[in-house]
Design a protein around this ligand. Structure first.
Ligand code: CMC
Length: 435
């Protein structure tokens, strides 16, 4: 990658010694510039301290851009709302992976590749059977996706471009199949194999809801909504799970193992697990009258409760994904003829009250993408425990695009942060009888 060095530099002065050090400022195409501190330790003997990476750029990337102040999210330069409105998920996958929208022939080839990799090795069914029936599907996903590296050795050489290509296609293609397997397994129903005549989202819904005894007619409005949800979740810059994938991959680990690590990171309620947590919270609130009590709890510093689906590390104005999600939610409910969804009423009222509350205004806490996605999934008949799995299905392409970018970056090194050590100093071991 080319580093665009500007002539600007950042000078750091050590107040104790009076020594000054210059660090280059690197400018990207848009967004804040960064101070290149790679030589900081070598030059000064100091490390930086930034738990949670609130001020740290960990890599150079060309994939996704976020302007949190202005609620902008671009995939390869294209606004998310434009893609959600006009594109489809496989096309967005191509865009994220290869940097450009595909032409007709490229799209045909890519669709073919994704479609013809969607079955999983039959032996994986036996592996699946080792899980308890009541296992959380995210636990099953971590295991099954990590296990892909045990089934597809022919695409684990990260230095072989063909291996990287095939493993990318395999993961995008197989993720819906594995998610549907995990779902069917918890229900105790037979698995439904992928169908090559269906489009990506249709095929996923079919594998989830058909049975070998009965075909499932996929409602086109629902398939479109699913496609849109997948687009909205496909990538999101250097978030926790993507950084996990990059960090795991920085040691040279194979892509299946890295994506499995990403799934583990996504599972947490502060990240992808929030869509499940939002629904649980709305159910716990139960009635509109109870909302003020929950708002008070969210503001109480002695109570660990947070309003799930509110707040974001980067978006401090609005989350552009949540606006599309809210529209989609109404469309889905209307198309399914659901006129009375009490949880939607609670969600709308919660949003209204929170947006007028000083605490939320001051801290710039707005509904995020997870606030509405759970309501849509619920309307589609998807159980709460599967919500984060759907996020993982969508984010797989982002993880892979970012992983590929990292592997191809000649400046890439193994990720190895340092620390501020505050433990005991060197001390002598005492035999147990002397302690
Ligand atoms: N409810 C109540 N207070 C909150 C909330 C919330 N949802 N989110 C943040 N705050 C408060 C927090 O207590 C802190 O207050 P103070 O400055 O007085 O200590 C302040 O706002 C800043 O919060 P933070 O935790 O320092 O901010 P962060 O950038 O580290 O965390 C977050 C971002 C998304 C983890 C957090 O807002 C949160 O926990 N939200 C709820 C979970 C959620 O919806 N997560 C989904 C994120 S979007 C999808 C994704 O990316 O996976």
């Amino acid at each position: 990658m080319n580093e665009k060095k500007s002539s600007d530099s950042f000078t750091l002065t050590n107040n104790q010694t009076g020594d000054s050090f210059d660090f280059p400022i690197l400018k990207g195409t848009v967004g804040p510039a960064v101070i290149d501190i790679r030589k900081l330790y070598a030059d000064t003997g100091y490390f930086t301290y930034d738990p949670g990476f609130t001020s740290t750029g960990s890599c150079e990337s060309r994939i996704t851009f976020i302007d949190g102040e202005n609620g902008i999210l671009l995939y390869r330069g294209y606004p998310i709302s434009d893609l959600a409105e006009n594109s489809n998920f496989p096309e967005v996958c191509y865009l994220l992976l290869y940097g450009e929208l595909p032409g007709p022939a490229e799209m045909k080839q890519f669709s073919h590749d994704i479609t013809y990799h969607s079955m999983v090795n039959e032996q994986m069914n036996y592996f699946l059977r080792g899980f308890r029936r009541d296992a959380h599907p995210m636990a099953v996903m971590c295991g099954m996706v990590g296990a892909l590296s045990a089934f597809y050795h022919d695409s684990t050489d990260i230095n072989d471009i063909q291996h990287r290509l095939v493993s990318s296609h395999r993961m995008i293609a197989k993720m819906p199949t594995i998610a549907a397997l995990a779902y069917k397994y918890t229900l105790g129903q037979p698995y439904v194999y992928p169908r090559n005549d269906l489009k990506y989202s249709e095929n996923f819904l079919h594998m989830m809801f058909a049975t070998p005894c009965e075909e499932h007619e996929v409602n086109p409005v629902i398939a479109r909504a699913m496609d849109r949800i997948l687009i909205l979740h496909a990538d999101h810059e250097q978030n926790a799970s993507t950084s996990t994938v990059r960090l795991a991959g920085s040691s040279g680990a194979n892509p299946f193992a890295c994506v499995s690590a990403g799934i583990a990171s996504l599972w947490g309620p502060a990240h992808g697990g929030a869509n499940e947590a939002v629904l649980n919270m709305l159910e716990e609130i139960r009635t509109i009258e109870n909302i003020p009590a929950f708002i008070e709890r969210a503001k109480d510093k002695t109570d660990p409760f947070r309003l799930m689906g509110f707040g974001h590390r980067v978006y401090k104005n609005f989350d552009p994904r949540s606006q599309v999600m809210q529209r989609t939610c109404h469309e889905v409910l209307e198309s399914l003829g659901i006129e009375n969804e009490p949880l939607l009423d609670i969600a709308l009222e919660l949003e209204r009250i929170a947006l007028e509350d000083d605490y939320f205004i001051e801290k710039k806490l707005y509904p995020n993408v997870d606030f509405y996605s759970g309501l849509i999934f619920r309307a589609l008949g998807i159980p709460t425990s599967m919500f984060t799995v759907l996020f993982a299905v969508a984010r797989t392409v982002g993880w892979i695009a970012q992983w590929n970018e990292m592997v191809e970056d000649p400046t890439q090194k193994i990720g190895r942060p340092r620390q501020l050590y505050n433990g005991a100093k060197n001390r002598d071991y005492l035999p147990i009888e002397n302690r």
